[in-house]
Design a binder for this molecule. Sequence first.
Ligand code: SAM
Length: 226
Amino acid sequence: RLSMRLERVATHVPAGARLADIGSDHGYLPVALLNRGVIAAAVAGEVALTPFCAAERTVRENDLEDQVSVRLADGLAAIEAEDAITAISLCGMGGETIRDILEAGQARLSGQERLILQPNGGEQPLRVWLMKHDYRIVSEEVLRENRFDYEIIVAERTGPVEYTAEELYFGPLQMQARSPAFLLKWQRLLGKKHKTLHNFERAQQAVNEEKRQDVAQQVRWITALL
Ligand code: SAM
């Protein structure tokens, strides 16, 4: 069984895909999708030995060695041209880490793959990278599990796309959809940002003015959104 978070990620993987799950840990996502007959084949990439071995074990126990290649590799280096990958999932990592993996692995991207990203924070810098590299955000969601707010960002390279600073901050589609989970996330964050500003004021001169301005700007955006 997948967590609700990975279950939501799974819904964005197209039927018949050849999936590269990078940072796969136990390999649960590709194995579940193969067992359900949703995808045709998968690569599970892991940079660390313990999760790499865990992924190998999951694949072996499910008799999926012919359909899943488990590879010990840094980021997109797990992907070979012959894999003919059509979807890449990068889940459960910081948005900056996901961005850095995409940036470092650009040569491994054909541009035809759908990217299914589930950052834990750092969504804004990730969206900036996507925009700069001509990826359009085709689907987005916020979900809450175990008292954490998670985001899922699905992107496809379609050509130049322009997002405003607020769209990059909140997510262009989420801003329009205004789902209950999205609004709750930002209500909670607004409380935190107010606290940060308040602490800045108490600390007075010690605080970097640029940082204070940045948080004040975020508070204005969130207030306007809600
Ligand atoms: N994707 C799974 C999920 O969402 O449940 C596992 C998430 S786990 C918190 C993050 C995994 O990413 C860890 O197993 C870590 O070793 C792996 N990882 C981090 N940086 C990586 C990189 N550059 N290349 C491959 N794997 C990486």
